[in-house]
Design a protein. Structure first.
Length: 274
């Protein structure tokens, strides 16, 4: 069974972004993928962060959701729509929602990004306040797919290993991390974090990313990759648009988990009382 991580350089034109996403999904399907994951902000990366409020769709209706459903049905492909803005609450903030469609075009899951990127990049005149326009999620999500049990996450989540422990404890065999990592943090930590999450949970990691210079001037790191349960990078797209395809071998993963039972050896309860 094959999986795909798709790399894009999205901008503020939804229709143009969907055209690129469609071509990459076609490439994934032609290459034999059963499941493909689009990057964070695949359909819209605005000139200002607040612009996502204006393009946010109602949950269950809108051109981006219709595109994902139609593409999944037409290509007979499971699709994880990286993230897209969905209307969230009365204060006008949106959810950074990762929505999953099965090969019949039916939506089967939604995960709202839990950890929001409110940081100043060390040594750079770059700062981000994602929470100004995005409302955080609160629920971890694991779903069954044709390529295995999949745990959902997004970008900054990857720095919080406790989320992935929860996902693996819920039976995840694969973890997806659609992202738009900044160039400096990507150079410093991207591959290390992904391989760590794979190794410590004995899970495949599918990590599609945004790459390059965007119309708003922001530079994202790229280097989309698929990592196996032993921390080996199976495929990657270093820069630009592209599709990383790799095989999933659940039988081999299961055998390794049985012979190297680290997941069963966890004993720490979190209790720090004397």
């Amino acid at each position: 069974m094959k999986i795909a991580a798709l790399q894009m350089t999205s901008g503020p034109e939804v229709e143009a972004n969907l055209a690129v996403a469609g071509a990459l999904l076609e490439e994934a399907a032609t290459g034999g993928a059963r499941l493909a994951v689009l990057p964070e902000n695949f359909a819209f990366l605005g000139l200002r962060d607040a612009d996502k409020r204006a393009v946010a769709e109602t949950d269950g209706a809108g051109p981006v959701q219709e595109f994902l459903a139609a593409s999944a049905w037409r290509l007979k492909l499971w699709i994880v729509g990286g993230t897209m803005p969905l209307k969230s609450g009365a204060d006008g903030r949106v959810a950074a929602a990762s929505v999953v469609y099965d090969a019949d075009g039916a939506r089967v899951a939604r995960y709202d990004k839990i950890h929001l990127f409110d940081v100043d990049i060390p040594g750079r005149a770059e700062n981000y306040r994602e929470s100004a326009n995005v409302a955080p999620g609160s629920r971890a999500v694991v779903i069954d797919t044709p390529v295995g049990r999949l745990g959902l996450s997004v970008c900054y989540d990857v720095r919080f290993p406790e989320l992935y422990r929860h996902l693996s404890a819920a039976g995840a065999q694969l973890l997806c991390v659609p992202s738009a990592f900044t160039a400096p943090t990507g150079r410093a930590h991207w591959e290390t974090l992904l391989r760590a999450r794979a190794i410590e949970n004995l899970c495949y990691v599918i990590a599609p990313a945004q790459s390059g210079i965007h119309p708003n001037g922001r530079e994202t790191y790229g280097d989309s990759m698929i990592v196996d349960y032993w921390g080996r990078v199976l495929k990657r797209v270093p820069r630009g648009r592209g599709c990383a395809l790799a095989e999933v071998d659940l039988a081999r993963q299961s055998a390794v988990r049985e012979s190297f039972p680290a997941l069963r050896h966890r004993t720490f309860s979190g209790d720090t009382s004397p």
